[in-house]
Design a protein around this ligand. Structure first.
Ligand SMILES: [Zn+2]
Length: 98
């Protein structure tokens, strides 16, 4: 038995194209707008998305260490890479791109 889940977007697109003549313009316009929204989602921001509430409102919660030198020669580095969600308080690791 074929379920809706096993049908991919291409299936539904070709299915819709067969019937589009009977589809009201307003519905087609809505779909076009939805497609624009999906395409405009910046994939670079996904790594900063909270895994709990999907909020992108998060801030850097990484911890740093330094070599103790004040002034020239000072160096610091990240010892852990994490972000804190400003909406639910969840601490999570950002997903690196590439
Ligand atoms: Zn959250």
């Amino acid at each position: 038995m074929t379920t809706e889940k096993s049908k991919d977007l291409d299936y539904w697109k070709s299915n819709a194209e067969e019937d589009y003549i009977t589809t009201p313009i307003s519905v087609l316009k809505y779909i076009t707008e939805l497609e624009q929204q999906v395409k405009s989602v910046d994939l670079a921001d996904v790594g900063d998305c909270c895994p709990a509430c999907k909020s992108t409102n998060s801030s850097d919660n990484s911890t740093y260490e330094n070599n103790g030198i004040i002034g020239s020669g000072f160096a610091s580095w990240k010892t852990s890479d994490s972000r804190a969600c400003n909406d639910c308080g969840c601490i999570f690791k950002p997903i690196k791109g590439n």
